[in-house]
Design a protein around this ligand. Structure first.
Ligand code: CMC
Length: 422
C-alpha cells in the first residue's frame, strides 16, 4: 500500500501527492496547491504542530510511555527525579549522573527572601494558590539576570534546574501564606517529595514523614510529569517559540493548566463528589449529566478513548494511602459513579472513561491537601514536561514563531462613520 496521500483542488484540477510518515503529511502540500488555502482545524483536532520524542500516547489502547518506557514500569520501579532526568535527557541516568542530578536539584531549592517577604506577602489573604503559583513562577525569572539566556545550553540547564527545584518551594510557600503559617525552608537531607511534604505540613517539630505517603506523592509526581501536546504544554511551546524565557513560558503553561477542563479538573471532581454527597444520589446526578446539565468531571479525554492508564495506577495507589490515613469518605461515591457511568450507553458510546483527575483528588485530600492546592500539585511535576518540550522546541530546526492562520468571518471593508451619524 502506498504511504502517500493525494489531494486534488477541485477548483483548479491541480493535484499534489505527498508522503505520509508517522501518520502525518506535511501541510506544505496544501501550500503547494494554493498558498492561500487554509485548513480549518479549531482546537488542533487533526494538526500535529511539532515532532516530539518525549512522550508517546495511544489513546485507543490506553498506552502512555515516557521516552519509550511504559508508565506502569516507571510508576512501579522509578522515582520522580529519575523520571525528570529521563524526560529532559532522553535516557535514564547512570549512578553518577543520578547522584549529580539529585545533588543539583537539592541545592537549588531555596528561593530569594524577597520572593517570600515582598512578593508573596503582597497577595490577598484568600488568593487562590494556583493564581499565586502562576505569578510566582513568572516573578522568579526576574531574580536571575541570565533567565533570558536561552541560547547557551549551560544557562538553559541552570534555569531548568532552578524551576524544577524551586517549584515545590513556591507551591508550599503559597499554601503556608494562605494558611497564615510560617514558611518552612527546604531541607537538603530529604528527597524531592519528602522535602515538599515537609515544607507543606511541618508545624514546629511536629511532623513525621510517612514513607507510604511520600511514595504516593512521588508516584503522583511521576504520573503527572508529562503528557505530550496537551493544552498547557502547547501553551509552553507557543510562548517558547517567541523565545520568551522559560519562567514566563512556564507561567503561561501553568495558567492554561489552571482551567477546569485541564488541570483544574481534579479540584472540580472533589466539588462534584461533595455535591453528590451519597451513593443514593448518583443515578440522579448521572441523569442530569446526560441531560446536558454539567459534565461528569474526571471523565473523558481528548486523546484517551479507553481507561487512562494513569487513572488505573492512581486508583490502586489510593488504597495504599487509605490504609494509613483512613478511607476518604468520597471514595464510595466515586466508585459508584464510575460503575454507573461505565454501564451507561451515554458514556460507553462516547468512550468516556475515568481520566487522571478522577481519583487523584481523593488521594490529595487524604494526604491533607486542601482542594485549592490540587492543580498546584499537578503543576509541580508538569514543570519538568514543560521544560523538556521547551528545550526540544528550541533545538528543532523545523520550528519558527507560532502563528496560526485564521478564517476571517468579520465584515468586509467599510468607511468610518462619525459618532453623530451612527
Ligand atoms: N461528561 C459528560 N459528557 C462528556 C464529558 C464528560 N466529562 N466529556 C465529554 N462529554 C461528551 C460531550 O458532551 C460530547 O457529547 P456530544 O457528542 O453529544 O456533544 C462528547 O462527549 C465529546 O466531548 P468533547 O467535549 O467534544 O470532547 P473533547 O475531547 O473536546 O473534551 C475533555 C475532552 C477532557 C475536555 C472533556 O471530556 C471534559 O470536559 N471532561 C471533564 C473535565 C475533565 O475531567 N478534564 C480533565 C482532562 S484529563 C487531565 C488533563 O489533561 O488536564
Amino acid at each position: 500500500m502506498a504511504e502517500t496521500i493525494t489531494i486534488i483542488d477541485d477548483r483548479t484540477g491541480k493535484q499534489v501527492t505527498v508522503p505520509i510518515a508517522g501518520g502525518a503529511f506535511s501541510s506544505a502540500a496544501l501550500r503547494e496547491l494554493d498558498p492561500k488555502l487554509r485548513m480549518y482545524d479549531p482546537a488542533f483536532l487533526s494538526t500535529a504542530a511539532c515532532k516530539s520524542a518525549i512522550t508517546y500516547l495511544d489513546g485507543d489502547a490506553g498506552v502512555l510511555r515516557y521516552r519509550g518506557y511504559p508508565i506502569e514500569q516507571l510508576a512501579e520501579k522509578s522515582n520522580f527525579l529519575e523520571v525528570a532526568y529521563l524526560l529532559l535527557n532522553g535516557e535514564l541516568p547512570t549512578d553518577a549522573q543520578n547522584e549529580k542530578w539529585i545533588y543539583d536539584v537539592t541545592h537549588h531549592t531555596m528561593i530569594h527572601e524577597n520572593m517570600r517577604k515582598r512578593f508573596v506577602d503582597g497577595f490577598h489573604h484568600d488568593a487562590h494558590p494556583m493564581g499565586m503559583f502562576v505569578s510566582a513562577t513568572a516573578a522568579l525569572g526576574t531574580f536571575y539576570t541570565d533567565a533570558k539566556d536561552i541560547d547557551g545550553t549551560d544557562s538553559l540547564h541552570k534555569q531548568t534546574l532552578r524551576l524544577i527545584a524551586k517549584s515545590p518551594t513556591i507551591a508550599a510557600m503559597c499554601y503556608r501564606f494562605s494558611m497564615g503559617l510560617p514558611f518552612v525552608s527546604p531541607n537538603n537531607s530529604l528527597d524531592y517529595s519528602a522535602n515538599f511534604l515537609n515544607m507543606m505540613f511541618r508545624i514546629g517539630d511536629d511532623y513525621r514523614i510517612n514513607p507510604v505517603l511520600t511514595k504516593a506523592m512521588d508516584l503522583l509526581f511521576i504520573l503527572h510529569a508529562d503528557h505530550e501536546q496537551n493544552c498547557g504544554t502547547t501553551t509552553m511551546r507557543v510562548v517558547a517559540s517567541a523565545h520568551a524565557d522559560p519562567y514566563s513560558a512556564a507561567a503561561a503553561a501553568a495558567s492554561a493548566l489552571y482551567g477546569p477542563l485541564h488541570g483544574g479538573a481534579n479540584e472540580a471532581v472533589i466539588h462534584m463528589l461533595q455535591g453528590i454527597g451519597t451513593i443514593d444520589n448518583v443515578p440522579a446526578f448521572i441523569a442530569d449529566v446526560k441531560a446536558g446539565k454539567g459534565r461528569l468531571m474526571g471523565f473523558g479525554h481528548r486523546v484517551y478513548k479507553n481507561y487512562d492508564p494513569r487513572a488505573t495506577i492512581i486508583k490502586k495507589a489510593a488504597y495504599n494511602v487509605f490504609e494509613v490515613t483512613g478511607k476518604n469518605p468520597l471514595l464510595d461515591v466515586a466508585l459508584k459513579l464510575e460503575e454507573t457511568a461505565l454501564k451507561d450507553d451515554y458514556f460507553v458510546s462516547r468512550k468516556l472513561y475515568p481520566n487522571v483527575d478522577f481519583y487523584s483528588g481523593l488521594i490529595y485530600q487524604a494526604l491533607g491537601f486542601p482542594v485549592e492546592m490540587f492543580t498546584v500539585l499537578f503543576a509541580i511535576p508538569r514543570m519538568t514536561g514543560w521544560l523538556a518540550h521547551y528545550a526540544e522546541l528550541l533545538q528543532d530546526s523545523d520550528q519558527k514563531i507560532s502563528r496560526p492562520m485564521q478564517w476571517y468571518t468579520g465584515v468586509d471593508s467599510r468607511d468610518y462613520v462619525a459618532i453623530n451619524k451612527r
